[in-house]
Design a protein around this ligand. Structure first.
Ligand code: F1P
Length: 347
């Protein structure tokens, strides 16, 4: 799917402008702020997108769940861009938010969507198609990773138009993106190890996922996937937030999955891991790089391949999705059609 998202869109050192249907070289030049609105997994993609958009475009970006945005009286600045993210393009709350945005002061609307001809696509000024292919399962998986890639591509396009991104940085990220499909294959090869790890989740009713910075939304998505398809109650937390309440939940029976790629927040994350370890939790640390994290009888360490920091949110999603899949298989749930869930929530 990631290969498909990139097909025909990498043009030497550039992302081809046709990637955003309807846009020209001036479309995003004067954008002053960005509002992203989406539901469920697509909302988590938006939370990651905010990091990239702010870093690469310098534009202040907000992200909100559509079921709340649609009932809020938002203050909208001139030259603001409204972005919806949706696999189906038919999610009722997201569509209602887009219609509200058009009544508000938004200058431009853009959808990041997987379905050509869907309501969101028809009603938005611009579209970036994720090109994930058809999702077989109800719970979004490849839709999510391709939404992330699309957001990174969009950040590059906007950053280039408004002059925030240097040619050097642009080159570095485009080169990283080029390697993404083969890196994803490397990450998929951890499947067998994760399948073995997942056996320890048998009979578990709760689980915590921790991440920091841009990996915090990835922890949220890891928890959502586990809830959706294996019915294990799971919560994602920003690791630094633990001491403000959730740490009370931790004891020897609680599995805690830590999303720990080697990056600038690693030291902070390690000190959070020690707080959890001291309370006896079962730790599952998904790490990369050479930073040493203490390991003992209560710790399961999964070493993942090294990858460029900008791609960590996309690639670290893969082992989390595999973990949910194997837990669901062990629990005997219907992975593709979880109970009570609809592929597209149109009411
Ligand atoms: C949003 C969403 C999905 C979730 C499930 C229910 O859908 O919350 O993320 O996996 O299918 O709907 P969409 O707006 O991305 O189509």
């Amino acid at each position: 799917s990631l290969r498909n998202t990139l097909l025909g869109r990498l043009n030497g050192d550039d992302i081809s402008l046709e990637t955003v249907v309807g846009a020209d070289e001036n479309t995003f030049r004067d954008i002053s702020s960005i509002q992203i609105v989406a539901c469920g997994t697509s909302y988590h993609a938006g939370l990651v997108g905010r990091y990239w958009l702010e870093e690469l475009t310098g534009i202040s970006t907000n992200v909100e769940i559509a079921s709340e945005y649609r009932y809020r009286k938002a203050v909208v600045r001139d030259n603001s861009l409204f972005i919806t993210i949706s696999q189906s393009g038919e999610t009722a709350d997201t569509l209602a938010s887009l219609r509200l945005a058009k009544e508000q002061n938004y200058t431009k609307t853009l959808s990041i969507c997987n379905v050509n001809g869907s309501s969101l696509v028809r009603e938005s000024d611009f579209t970036l198609f994720t090109k994930a292919g058809a999702e077989i399962g109800v719970a979004s998986t490849k839709a999510f990773t391709t939404q992330l890639l699309s957001l990174l591509i969009l950040a590059l396009i906007i950053g280039k138009q408004n002059g925030s991104i240097s040619a050097e940085k642009n080159h570095e990220i485009v080169e990283a993106i080029r390697k993404l499909p083969s890196l994803a294959e490397e990450f998929l090869s951890c499947d067998k190890t994760i399948s073995e790890l997942s056996e320890q989740f048998s009979g578990k009713h709760h689980c915590l996922f921790l991440g920091r910075g841009v990996m915090y939304p990835i922890a949220l998505e890891g928890a959502l996937k586990l809830k959706e398809i294996s019915y294990i109650h799971a919560e994602g937390y920003a690791a630094g937030e633990l001491k403000h309440g959730p740490i009370a939940l931790i004891d020897k029976r609680m599995p805690v999955v830590v999303v720990a790629p080697d990056n600038s927040l690693m030291d902070k994350l390690i000190s959070n891991v020690e707080e959890v370890r001291a309370r006896g939790a079962q730790l599952y640390i998904f790490k990369s790089g050479t930073t040493v994290i203490k390991s003992d009888g209560q710790t399961n360490m999964l070493s993942l391949p090294d990858c460029p920091e900008i791609l960590q949110p996309i690639l670290f999603t893969i082992p989390l999705q595999l973990l949910s899949y194997h837990c669901a298989v062990i629990n005997g749930t219907d992975v593709d059609q979880p109970r009570n869930l609809a592929k597209s929530v149109t009411v």
